[in-house]
Design a protein around this ligand. Structure first.
Ligand SMILES: [Zn+2]
Length: 443
């Protein structure tokens, strides 16, 4: 790469005024829709069924005329036309990489990339890494799983930046800490709960991550924690490092949105993705700033275009120009629709519970939510750990936490105060919600 780089990886694209960016999106969207219709048997069939043609797309809003896709469509089309499915829009000879993600049904869904797709994927990763301030002088420890997982190859983006890259992979925490001491990486990437677990494990082994290691930036993804300020603050304090949240999905890119150094929302790479934020029930757009489901359309993917892909993630979006100067919209992720609990008609996100727990100085920050049904009413308990040094009686503290939760959630859970270190610490994704409701009904 000979291009001079300053604050931005790709200044023209990243700071493009919104009007111009939307014009670029429209041009790319027209090409993507036509390409999909012409080359993918599935898209031809689904557009024909809905009696919509590529020529019907005159403005960006016209995307709403086109049918949705989702994880189920992806899986069904793969089963209908093995092995790569008929959403595919190029010959198999042109595919150079597939990742796979396992679903609850046990059928792994494949995500195919052409050489050009893969190249663009890595350019996006490089842009996101550059955006958090990664530079060639950095050493980067990639601690994500390499086996079939889309996040594995993201390390190539860091190599594009010019950082010294260590392909760590998903390895036991003692080994990871050894690598951190030995190779002195300055940046790493993991899940928020693992960053917490690893930091605590280090302390137990007599290593103070903030003093004895030189990690100064941690990228997190895969759980809402990275977008919750109090969770980020706790990890930052433990590590003496800045924490940046990234977002990705195996169906498109390893990461396609990431925080910049302002840490105020994740910039979506809008030259690659058209964003819709829809009410998941009515599928109508929600006003800017309100919560809705993120629906993405790829603008450049050729191996398998994704048109109106329902991600199942609930976000809010902010289109204001960021203080960093980037114009691409910033998203905040609140959780998955599947994670959302409906408690007596009120939507409750575990991420909101997490916010209150992490903000409460009397608590360790660990928590568990138990949902159950009592006399046909949904109820939930929140189990939290009181810090050893705190002298408030359990009953009084429980009442105080309940009041804080009520003011944010609008519903009042029962609070159970546990001793420090009672809740099992997660090594990967934390299972924080235990839903016992199905059992109650079948009893
Ligand atoms: Zn920014």
């Amino acid at each position: 790469m000979t291009r001079p780089r300053g604050k931005y990886w790709d200044k023209e694209i990243e700071t493009m005024p919104r009007k111009k960016l939307e014009a670029l999106q429209l041009q790319l969207l027209k090409e993507e829709i036509s390409f999909a219709y012409k080359n993918s048997p599935y898209y031809k069939m689904s557009f024909d069924e809905k009696r919509v043609r590529p020529g019907d797309l005159k403005y960006l809003e016209d995307i709403r005329k086109f049918p949705f896709t989702d994880k189920k469509v992806e899986r069904d089309r793969q089963l209908a036309a093995p092995d790569l499915g008929d959403m595919l829009a190029v010959a198999e000879d042109e595919i150079i990489y597939v990742s796979a993600s396992s679903g609850s049904t046990g059928v792994p869904t494949l995500s195919p990339f052409s050489a050009q797709d893969f190249d663009e994927f890595q350019d996006v990763e490089a842009r996101l890494f550059w955006g958090i301030g990664m530079r060639p002088k950095d050493r980067y420890l990639h601690a994500l799983n390499f086996t079939l997982f889309i996040g594995g190859p993201d390390v190539i983006g860091a190599q594009r930046v010019g950082a010294l890259c260590i392909w760590g992979g998903a390895i036991p925490s003692e080994r990871l800490l050894f690598i951190m001491k030995q190779f002195k990486p300055t940046i790493t990437w993991t899940t928020p709960s693992y960053a917490w677990f690893l930091g605590e494990t280090a302390l137990k082994e007599g290593i103070d991550p903030a003093k004895d290691l030189v990690i100064n930036k941690i990228i997190v993804a895969g759980e809402p924690g990275g977008s919750i300020k109090s969770t980020r603050d706790a990890i930052e304090k433990l590590w003496g490092a800045k924490v940046y949240d990234f977002y990705g999905l195996s169906d498109i890119f390893g990461a396609n949105a990431g925080m910049c150094e302002e840490q105020n929302g994740l910039h979506l790479t809008e030259d690659h993705h058209l964003l819709e934020v829809l009410n998941p029930d009515t599928l109508e757009p929600v006003p800017e700033g309100e919560r809705g489901e993120m629906v993405l359309t790829t603008l450049k993917k050729r191996a398998r275009p994704m048109i109106r892909f329902r991600t199942g993630d609930i976000i809010t979006v902010n289109e204001e120009v960021c203080r960093c100067g980037r114009t691409h919209a910033r998203i905040n992720i609140h959780g998955r629709i599947d994670d959302m609990l409906i408690i007596t008609g009120v939507n409750v996100f575990p991420s909101d519970i997490e916010k209150v727990v992490r903000d409460s100085k009397e608590l360790t920050g660990e928590y568990r939510v138990i949902v159950y049904r009592e006399q046909h009413l949904d109820k939930f308990d929140v189990e939290v750990e009181k810090k050893e040094a705190i002298d408030i009686p359990d009953k009084k503290l429980a009442e105080e936490i309940r009041r804080r939760l009520k003011s944010l959630l609008g519903v009042s859970p029962r609070i159970k105060i546990l001793k420090e270190n009672t809740i099992e610490r997660a090594t990967h994704k934390a299972k924080r919600v235990i839903d016992k409701r199905e059992k109650v009904w079948s009893d």
